[in-house]
Design a protein around this ligand. Structure first.
Ligand code: ZN
Length: 242
């Protein structure tokens, strides 16, 4: 089974379309989304519709929750708060219902998914370091957990001796007896210094985790943000992946 795993689309339709094209070209059986379908970008309805059509499961992200009035936005940047309000005013009733029904976490046969962290998803903690990761291995059962939220593709491995190490976002074959926490990076607003759209493919038969980065039409996404009257910083940061 080949699972395409996408995250943090953030209403960037150009990035989402590029990722879907790439995923289609390398082949996948099932697709899932780790949340934050909306927020920051200018095409929330188009992105929710595409995600709901392609992904058999999606979990709730903090920006999805914020747009629905379900998350505290006091820690949001001024720009993020502005876009959350702008998005809330534009989402169709159908797309609002889709987001409202999203669960905070899900379990599949060989892995679990969450947007933020597994011990308390709606607290929206950031899992950034091996120290953060080490504290979370008791909060899920499977050998693999996929998450998003930080917009930085990476992975953490806990060996059967118990040591936790951070892995670069490079394709790998999971070692027997180890457990992994894997960040799929962000489709629509990468913040790890690489502006290309990120996603991950899990091949359970070949036992491979593959990281992908895909070029997309950044200028077009930036034009949409500026034309919508959204804060300019949200357009410029796409060029830098920051
Ligand atoms: Zn996000």
């Amino acid at each position: 089974m080949r699972w395409a795993i996408i995250s943090d689309i953030h209403a960037n339709l150009q990035a989402l379309e590029a990722v879907l094209r790439k995923a289609d070209s390398v082949g996948w059986d099932r697709m899932i989304c780790l949340g934050d379908v909306v927020g920051y970008g200018a095409e929330p309805n188009e992105c929710v519709e595409l995600v709901s059509a392609r992904c058999e499961a999606t979990v709730m992200g903090n920006h999805d929750a914020a747009v629905l009035g379900l998350a505290d936005t006091s820690r949001f940047s001024v720009a993020a708060g502005e876009v959350a309000r702008w998005t809330a005013g534009r989402l169709s009733a159908r797309n609002r219902r889709y987001l409202r029904d999203l669960p905070y976490s899900m379990e599949f046969d060989s892995f679990e998914i969450v947007h933020s962290t597994p011990e308390d998803p709606p607290a929206w903690h950031y899992l950034l370091s091996e120290f953060d990761a080490a504290a979370l291995y008791d909060s899920f059962e499977a050998d693999m957990l996929f998450y998003g939220h930080t917009h930085a593709a990476c992975a953490f491995r806990r060996s059967h001796e118990g040591g936790v190490s951070r892995l670069e976002p490079q394709s790998f074959s999971p070692a027997a007896g180890s457990r992994y926490i894997i960040n799929a990076g962000s489709v629509g607003q990468p913040r790890d210094g690489d502006p290309r759209a990120s996603f991950v493919l899990l091949d359970t038969r070949e036992r491979r985790v593959e990281f992908y980065r895909e070029q997309y039409d950044i200028e077009q996404a930036q034009r949409r943000i500026i034309d919508a009257g959204l804060p300019r910083i949200l357009a410029t940061r796409l060029s830098h992946g920051s």
